[in-house]
Design a protein around this ligand. Sequence first.
Ligand SMILES: [Zn+2]
Length: 90
Amino acid sequence: MKKPDVGTTLGKCVFDNGVIVEGSGLRSDYATLRQGRWICGECLLGLLDTAFEAFLQQQEDSKKETEKLIRKVSKYGWKVNPETGKLEKL
Ligand SMILES: [Zn+2]
């Protein structure tokens, strides 16, 4: 995508409702479009801690979910081969 000229209005940030103008530093340098809506760089970077926390939590939750599934299949006489990662009948 061609970089817009300095001073061009990119759009309005959905979080802080402020206008994002090309060449306004953090706000425009790291601005991003999501589903046709702008998020300015300041708001995006401000979400980093929360987003990272959510990412770690999600990893933890999916690990738990996997362990739960493994316990469930073993109840029905299957196990996961640790070398291949595939299900095997016991
Ligand atoms: Zn913003």
